[in-house]
Design a protein around this ligand. Structure first.
Ligand code: ADE
Length: 340
C-alpha cells in the first residue's frame, strides 16, 4: 500500500470531516441539487398531507456532495427523530433487529454506506422495508423456528458512494426513489464557501472565494476543507484571506489549478507513463499504484471523468488529450483511435 496515496484520503479533503457546524439546517440554505430538492419537496408534502411517514429513499453519488446533509434536513423539516448507523456497523442480524425494534413510530433510520451491508442482513431488511415485518430465525437445524415481529412504521434513508454494489432487490425497495447527487457548479460552490465563511466569522474577498471554488473538486466538503486550511494559513502568516493566500495554502496541500490532488495526478501519470494512455483496466491501475480499486473508483475517478481527464471505454480507461496537456506530456498520435 503506498502510504502517501492513502494518507491524503485519511487526513485530507476526502476524509469525513466534522462539517456539522457548516451543515445547512433549512432547505433555503441547501444550495444546488435542485431536481432532488424539488422531488423531495413533493414527496414530503404528500406524505404529510396523507398523515403517513415518507417512503424509503436512497441517495448515491461521490463522497462529500451532501447525502448525509439531505438526510438531516429531511428529518429536521419533517420533525422526525433520526437514528443514524452505517453498513459496516451492522455486523449481525441481531444488530439490525435491535435497531429496528428500538425505533419509535414515524422515526427515520439513516444507514450510511449501505453497500457494505452483508447479504444475510439485506435479506432481513427486505420484509422490514416492504411490509414492516421482522423475520427472525430462532435456533438451528430441524428445530429452527421463524418468528415475525411487527415493526413500528419507519422511513429508511440510505446513502452510498457505490450504487452498483447495491443488489437490485434492495434497490427496488426504495419506493420513495433513488436519487443521484450531481457535482456542483463553480457558482454553487462559491455560494457555499461564502455562507461557510460567514458562519465561521471570516473576512474573505470574492476573489478568495472564487479561487477556492475553482479548485474544490465541485464538492462542498472539499470547498469547506480548503476554506479552513486557507484560514489557518492566513492566521499563521498574519495575512488577509485573499486570492494569493488561497493559492499559497492550496499549493502546500499539493492542489493544482484544476483542483487535482497528488493522488489524482499520480493516476494520470501512471496511465500515461506505464500504460501509454490506455485503454487500461481499473485493477491494473490500482495494482501499479499499490492502491485499492475501490478507493480510485470512489474518490478519484468520478472527478477525473467529470473534468474530462479520463474516459471510460468498453476496453478500459483512457487518458484524454486534456490530461496529456495538463501533465505537460506530448499527446500520442493515435489517441483519438483509442477513445473509440
Ligand atoms: N454543505 C454540504 N452540502 C451543501 C449544500 N448543498 N449547500 C450548502 N451547504 C452544504
Amino acid at each position: 500500500m503506498s502510504s502517501d496515496f492513502n494518507e491524503e484520503k485519511k487526513e485530507g479533503f476526502d476524509a469525513a470531516l466534522s462539517d456539522s457546524e457548516l451543515r445547512p439546517s433549512r432547505w433555503e440554505d441547501y444550495i444546488g441539487q435542485e431536481s432532488i430538492k424539488n422531488n423531495l419537496d413533493i414527496l414530503l408534502r404528500a406524505a404529510t398531507e396523507r398523515g403517513t411517514h415518507p417512503e424509503h429513499i436512497l441517495f448515491y453519488g461521490p463522497p462529500g456532495l451532501g447525502k448525509t446533509t439531505l438526510a438531516h434536513l429531511i428529518a429536521k423539516t419533517s420533525g422526525r427523530q433520526m437514528k443514524i448507523t452505517s453498513g459496516p456497523a451492522i455486523e449481525k442480524v441481531g444488530d439490525l433487529a435491535s435497531i429496528l425494534t428500538n425505533l419509535s413510530p414515524g422515526d427515520i433510520l439513516f444507514i450510511d454506506e449501505i453497500h457494505r451491508l452483508n447479504k444475510t442482513i439485506e435479506e432481513v431488511l427486505y420484509p422490514a422495508m416492504e411490509s414492516g415485518m421482522l423475520d427472525i430465525i430462532i435456533g438451528k437445524g430441524p428445530s429452527a423456528r421463524t418468528i415475525q415481529l411487527e415493526l413500528p412504521p419507519f422511513t429508511l434513508l440510505a446513502a452510498t458512494t457505490r450504487v452498483a454494489m447495491i443488489s437490485s432487490p434492495l434497490r427496488s425497495r426504495f419506493s420513495g426513489g433513488v436519487y443521484r447527487l450531481e457535482f456542483y457548479s463553480d457558482e454553487e460552490i462559491q455560494k457555499i464557501v461564502n455562507r461557510s465563511a460567514k458562519i465561521l466569522g471570516m473576512k474573505t474577498d470574492g476573489s478568495a472565494e472564487r479561487e477556492i471554488s475553482k479548485r474544490a473538486r465541485s464538492t462542498p466538503r472539499t470547498a469547506n476543507y480548503f476554506l479552513k486550511r486557507a484560514r489557518d494559513y492566513a492566521q499563521v502568516h498574519k495575512k488577509e484571506l485573499n486570492e494569493e493566500v488561497v493559492i499559497e495554502a492550496l499549493k502546500m496541500l499539493g492542489i493544482d489549478n484544476e483542483g487535482l490532488s497528488p493522488s489524482d495526478r499520480k493516476i494520470l501519470e501512471v496511465m500515461a507513463e506505464k500504460f501509454n494512455g490506455g485503454p487500461v483496466g481499473l485493477g491494473t491501475i490500482a495494482a501499479a499504484l499499490s492502491e485499492e480499486e475501490a478507493t480510485i473508483e470512489e474518490f478519484n475517478e468520478p472527478y477525473l471523468i467529470q473534468k474530462g481527464f479520463i474516459e471510460r471505454t468498453p476496453r478500459g480507461r483512457c487518458l484524454t488529450q486534456k490530461a496529456y496537456e495538463h501533465l505537460g506530456i506530448a499527446v500520442p498520435k493515435n489517441l483519438q483511435d483509442r477513445l473509440l
